[in-house]
Design a protein around this ligand. Structure first.
Ligand code: SF4
Length: 333
């Protein structure tokens, strides 16, 4: 347990958590929406500090991060809890779990670096559940991991507050942010959250020089409308056309079992829209064997990185440039 990094005192006996944009008002003895922060005797505590639900070594492509140290391995860690309530959550067993009803391993920030060294990975990734749920631990461990020469990355729903994000940004190299739809109504109904703070997070990441990639899970009838996808793509281009975008395939899961898997044609349509709008690095995910999992030069179309699932089968870059036309690519090696 550890005192929360960002909170304020409201009226008598009520604290406001400022870690994510829900900014929960929490009464004495109560917890916030994520279930991980509790008001105890007038102080706000993170209950899950150093309590890991999952620790694995993954290819960085699994996050997905395709333009950030391609082919490298990362130590991946998550805890339990979430600040969203997505009906299609792929990790609901940990995102909906409470402390006491899920097996958790206690670790220290130093342990993360030690494990990363033991496994010989290049970085540490906060993933599986929303990283801001154990923000304080990810902050401390990322700081040590950076000191020890590892990269750090967040796989996130992008709902952290500006103050929390700016504070951790010196210790955060990369992030994949889920933009779950481009309509407020979807965020309200499906995630019990709001779209605007997520878009703002992407802007701040750019300002803070954090390598950003965006995932858009395409769900039939929910967020696959051509106009919505085009609007999303235009927003990406305004943000920075060199931001890699992953359109990924939905499979029926959790409380959305009645919705069919995304047709591959729909994904290809999204890819085409992204190309038309000028996004430079586009990928299709959760479906294998497509050319759209490769990286092509945005300038001349040359194949730069060939992939098969999460494996790299070829990587042709010369000093961060396309070997064919010399274009400087947004790929960190
Ligand atoms: S981190 Fe948890 S307690 Fe804090 S504002 Fe978000 S949901 Fe509420």
């Amino acid at each position: 347990m550890r005192e929360v990094s960002f909170y304020s005192h409201e009226e008598e006996g009520i604290l406001r958590c400022n870690i994510c944009n829900h900014r929960c008002k929490i009464r004495e003895g109560k917890r916030g929406i994520c279930g991980a922060r509790e008001n105890r005797d007038g102080k706000l505590y993170a209950l899950n500090y150093g309590l890991a639900s999952s620790i694995n070594v993954d290819p960085i492509e699994k996050k997905p991060l395709y333009n950030f140290h391609p082919g490298s391995k990362v130590l991946s860690l998550g805890t339990i809890g979430c600040n969203f309530r997505c009906l299609h959550c792929q990790n609901y067993s940990i995102s909906t779990a409470s402390i006491g009803d899920y097996p958790l391993e206690e670790i220290t920030p130093e342990d993360v670096s030690t494990l990363a060294k033991e496994y010989g990975v290049g970085g540490v990734s906060w993933t599986y559940n929303e990283p801001t749920i154990w923000y304080e631990f990810t902050y401390d461990a990322s700081k040590i991991a950076k000191r020890d020469g590892f990269t750090t990355s967040y796989v996130t729903n992008g709902y952290m507050t500006e103050e929390a994000l700016k504070d951790i940004s010196p210790y955060l190299d990369a992030a994949n942010v889920d933009v779950k739809a481009f309509k407020e109504e979807f965020y309200k109904k499906i995630c019990k959250a709001s779209l605007e703070p997520v878009l703002r997070t992407c802007e701040i990441m750019k300002e803070e020089d954090i390598h950003l990639e965006i995932t858009y899970l395409v769900i039939p009838t929910y967020n696959d409308d051509e106009n919505e996808i085009r609007e999303f793509c235009r927003w990406v281009v305004d943000l920075d056309p060199s931001t890699p975008v992953h359109f990924t395939r939905f499979y029926p899961y959790y409380e959305m079992l009645d919705v069919p898997a995304t047709p591959v044609e729909t994904l290809k349509d999204a890819y085409k829209i992204g190309k038309e709008e000028g996004i430079e690095y586009l990928y299709l995910g959760n479906v294998s064997g497509l050319d759209e999992e490769n990286t092509y030069c945005p300038n001349c179309g040359e194949l730069l990185i060939g992939r098969s699932g999460f494996s790299i089968i070829r990587c042709d870059l010369k000093d961060g440039r396309c070997p064919s036309c010399g274009f400087k690519v947004n790929i960190i090696i």
